[in-house]
Design a protein around this ligand. Sequence first.
Ligand code: GUN
Ligand code: ZN
Length: 441
Amino acid sequence: MEPRKQTADHRGIEAYRGSLLDFTDDPATSTDPSSGVRFIEDGLLLIQDQRILASGPTPQLSQSYPELEPTDYRGKLILPGFIDCHLHYPQMAIIGSYGEALLPWLERYTFPAESRFAHSAHCTMMAELFVQELLRNGTSTALVMASSHPQGVESLFAAAERRGMRLISGLTMMDRGAPSELLLSPEKSRQEASKLIKRWHKHGRLSYAISPRFALTSTREGLRAAAALRQEFPDTLLHTHLAENTQELARVAELFPEARNYLDVYRQAGLVGPGSVFAHGIHLSEEEHHCLAENRATLVHCPSSNLFLGSGLCNVAEALRRGITVGLGSDVGAGTSFSLLKTMAEAYKISTFHRSPSQGPLSPFQAFYMATLGGAKCLGLDQVIGNFTPGKEADFIVLDPRATPIQALRCEGEPALEELLFSLLILGDDRSVVRTHIAAD
Ligand code: GUN
Ligand code: ZN
């Protein structure tokens, strides 16, 4: 990454010059593929007090603000920071482990890796590395599953706070179906989560997600403890997994015979509503889609993980058509990269299996929307982050679509914006990220 250069005029306005791209709406909601897209080829992004002051064409804005000395990113793209709506911080060290499928992968690699978070020194070291890795990949906000150890959550929040980063996390609640050292009784996890919420929720840019891991590691009492916390702290998020793998579905049906379907397990416990964020949702019925949409709960598409574990090909277009908000998640460590560019590439490939006469695969505009404003909507943060609307927190990234020799070759002849973005998401990775600017910098 480039060394930082920051120039501010006497009013404390910082200016950045480059090609500005952000979104005001989901391009998928219109027949016009560029609906909701804001692109300014030679633009200025102005920041004051860590908020977006203005964005617009350079000739216009430099007339209104003649004293500006912009940091020059011409030839590069300036976008809002990426938002990773689902990943696991204790799984960083087991990324790319030969797991075959979800349940054996959890047993063999994931639970042993998470057990190591009983040691504070390990948590501190991993949290620092994790936050660095997010930022290195252009991710400025993330919804993160931690381990079931309070010290793991503490370390992660502390590392994000040091960077001024917006991050949402919470204690992973499990009271069965995992090694005993990872289990907490419903009462104990409620107490521990409650302490963490009081310490960290809405502390600066940090907030809390109540996080029962999934139906197979919770009893009914465990899920009810999560719902009770949610009632006590209604502006927290609810974060869990849903309908990822067919073996998982069969086991859920055995453990919860009274539930109509997987989502109904959570619904009966009182966990489905606005602010409920469900990772995956690959194997869902029409009824479950309706229940999610009606209750304004959201889904997170995790394509890299879904391919890695052979979980299935999530039909995102169908979920969107049924009115569900869908964000994008790397799902590290089942996902094989922190890069949301690489995650978008996997989402595109999966979407090619769902094309219809009226709809092609995921467009590059849709993909970048999902990684920015779409992600903010998924996490209920679209009034705060996700695009360059004045007043929003000024997290932004600078991407180089010509970062590698092959990318430079691919971009010869000045491709149109959609072509350029598509090549960036298919070929790009951490090397494409020139800078990640966090609003607290
Ligand atoms: N379902 C329950 N736990 C997990 C996890 O850690 N990763 C994934 N991909 N799915 C899960
Ligand atoms: Zn996950």
